[in-house]
Design a binder for this molecule. Sequence first.
Ligand code: FES
Length: 161
Amino acid sequence: MAGKDPGTAGAGNQFSTPVPRRRVVEALLGSGFLATAVAFFYPVLRYLVPPQESDLGGDSVVAGRVGELKPNSGKIFRFGQHPGLLIRTASGEYRAMSATCTHLSCTVQYRDDLHEVWCACHNGMYDLNGRNVSGPPPRPLESFEVQVRGEEIYVRRRREA
Ligand code: FES
């Protein structure tokens, strides 16, 4: 090792450029710092800028699968930015409607004991077609069309005639 510059690496023949070890170490430390900064800020950025909502064109979603709901039960599903309510009636029919109460926008739920849709916030009631039947809700819930295609239950907004 006598005669070699300790601050260089790869000092070889006359065609190669010696790379100082200090630069290599600085580059490694710099890339490590950059990776740490990206690992820290990326989740923060993803939180502040949420991804675009995917809701199959805003008109139709898969609300559930056949066999998922037993008769006389319901489930909340996501319809774009809002909740929807899928109900399987006691006779096995599917119904779907918005799950946003028309009073003050609480999320409604299916009550299997009453066979109605209930809003817990102020005891509002809707029938299985979404019509407001008692309590403070001023309007019916928006009702949706239901189609069973294969194993999937699709819900879509009703088209105006
Ligand atoms: S928000 Fe539903 S009854 Fe008031």
